[in-house]
Design a protein around this ligand. Structure first.
Ligand code: MN
Length: 524
């Protein structure tokens, strides 16, 4: 096919929707939905007692007979995996059904030893939720909020992984076979690649806040299938195309941009679109057809006779509900209110709950009265130092407490030092670097680096001395030839330059040393 003209999203206030303009100037609308698979955070697999291996494994040692589908083996549902599903379901404001059923979904693939996947088809664990996302799209400013409806959340098991090496041999890693997954299916409420990206990142945050999944995309703990249709008419879905198995937000956006553009171009050329499944070629940046509707798989779903219907008691759901932590949305809004932070700063600070904890503990360590009198300034300064220098120093934000060598209360001392202008900005940067490198307190660093409280280092003070020397060469000469009383003159000049904020004793010693060193040079 010919080169694709890339479209960009625009906003129409007329029908409050995002549209795309084709190369011929016609308007099109995109409808995007996602199926997100999240690996359930759990010690054991969902239907076997085998442990869930964390790191790439060299042998199949996290494998039970059930995972290998040995004859006569029976799956046993892991209660904590169901609990995790309920927790996530409640966090996305879904309804937990009174009962759910596990079905067999049949397909044949070497990494699927039983020939079927245990999943949920007709009676899922959770239905009808919604999430509120914040979208940052360069073509559409400012950032805006949007509600995305969730169709359902169901539980299922993961397959193994085929590994193909360069010699043409294939190996199968069964450690992942039988690991519990939550699949979250959204409605087609998303209208742009940026919205899809914001949605995926939001789901990841909720999973991390609730500790139901680590959602590490690089480790394949979070993968998504995306469906997309394009239509010339607002509110009407077009022909649905699915792109399978993505695990990167960057590629998700690239694949969607390509696909929206391709579909629009094809509609304009009056070539009908086919309902199909496509893959994304990461290197070429294009999608390609994998199979059309005619070749679509028939999974022959039926209830798994080895697993009974799961009844979910109300009390259990209630208990899980009351144990939910304050979630991202609530926390972001509370930060805006309580700490008088902007929406953007609150967003950045609350994205990861451990970072939000660190920020909050810092401000709580500031004496109450001081905090109340200067709240917006203190929180803004703390926020800037965290999102700037601190973030650039740490590798894993969720491990902020382990990676940062100073405590929130030591950080609070530093913030006070900055807001009360005890030190200048360059000195503050120097102190902060020391705190990051060695974890000392502000006071310890000031002592160590010989920074006086007026915020000059020894080196900077020396610069001032040299300046005065250059301005008063005759007085220096006179001093060196014996007029020692001139020391007071130099001291006066220095205090003047420092606006009276120097430490006279320190300065006097500094001058003595400096002049003595000049004298020695002259002797030579
Ligand atoms: Mn699935």
């Amino acid at each position: 096919m010919s080169a694709v003209f890339t479209v960009v999203p625009s906003f129409s206030p007329e029908n409050n929707s995002i549209f795309y303009t084709s190369s011929l100037g016609n308007r099109f609308y995109a409808y995007i939905g996602l199926e997100t698979h999240l690996q359930i955070k759990s010690a054991r697999k969902i239907f076997s007692s085998a442990p869930v291996g964390a790191e790439p494994l060299i042998a199949n040692h996290c494998v039970d007979f059930v995972d290998m589908a040995f004859p006569g083996m029976l799956p046993v549902l892991n209660r904590s995996s169901v609990e995790q599903g309920i927790r996530m379901g409640l966090a996305i404001k879904g309804t937990v059904n009174a009962y759910c059923v596990f079905d067999r979904k049949h397909y044949f693939y070497p990494d699927n030893p039983s020939g079927y996947q245990i999943s949920q088809q007709r009676y899922p664990l959770v239905e009808r939720g919604e999430v509120s996302i914040v979208v940052d799209c360069p073509c559409l400013t400012p950032r805006y909020e949007k509600t995305v409806r969730i169709h359902r959340l169901h539980l299922e098991q993961d397959a193994g992984k085929s590994l193909h090496d360069s010699s043409g041999e294939s190996l199968i890693d069964f450690n992942r076979a039988g690991v519990g997954l939550m699949e979250i299916v959204s409605q087609c409420d998303l209208s742009s690649p940026e919205e899809a990206a914001a949605y995926v990142e939001h789901i990841q945050r909720i999973a991390r806040y609730t500790k139901t999944s680590d959602g590490d995309m690089e480790k394949g703990q979070m993968r998504f299938d995306v469906n997309i249709s394009v239509s010339p008419e607002s509110g009407v879905l077009g022909t649905r195309v699915e792109i399978k198995n993505m695990n990167s937000v960057r590629f998700l956006k690239a694949a969607l941009y390509y696909e929206i553009s391709r579909q629009i171009q094809q509609l304009e050329q009056k070539t009908p679109l086919v309902q199909e499944t496509r893959g994304f070629d990461e290197k070429a940046g294009v999608t390609f057809s994998m199979r059309s509707k005619e070749e679509a798989q028939d999974y022959r779903y039926f209830p798994d006779p080895d697993l009974p219907t799961v009844c979910i008691e109300k009390d259990w759901v209630q208990k899980i509900y009351s144990s939910l932590p304050e979630l991202f949305d609530a926390r972001r809004k509370r930060f805006m209110q309580n700490f008088q932070l902007s929406e953007y700063d609150s967003f950045v600070l609350t994205e990861i709950s451990e970072v939000a904890d660190f920020f909050e503990e810092t401000l709580n360590a500031v004496p109450k009265e001081t905090l109340e009198n200067n709240k917006s300034n203190l929180s803004k300064v703390a926020s800037n130092w965290i999102s700037g220098p601190l973030f650039s120093k740490i590798t894993h934000k969720e491990r902020i407490k382990e990676e940062v060598r100073f405590s929130p209360s030591q950080f609070a001392e530093f913030i006070l030092c900055v807001t009360e202008k005890i030190v200048s900005t360059p000195i503050a940067k120097e102190i902060f670097q020391e705190m990051l490198d060695h974890g000392l307190s502000v006071k310890e660093i000031m002592q160590k680096k010989n920074i006086d409280l007026k915020g000059k280092t020894q080196e900077q003070l020396m610069e001032v001395l040299k300046e005065i020397h250059a301005e008063n060469p005759h007085q220096v000469q006179a001093y060196l030839s014996g007029k020692e009383k001139l020391l007071m003159f130099f001291l006066g000049q220095t205090m003047k330059k420092l606006n009276g904020r120097g430490n006279p004793e320190q300065l006097q010693n500094l001058w003595k040393d400096y002049l003595q060193s000049l004298g020695k040079k002259e002797d030579l």
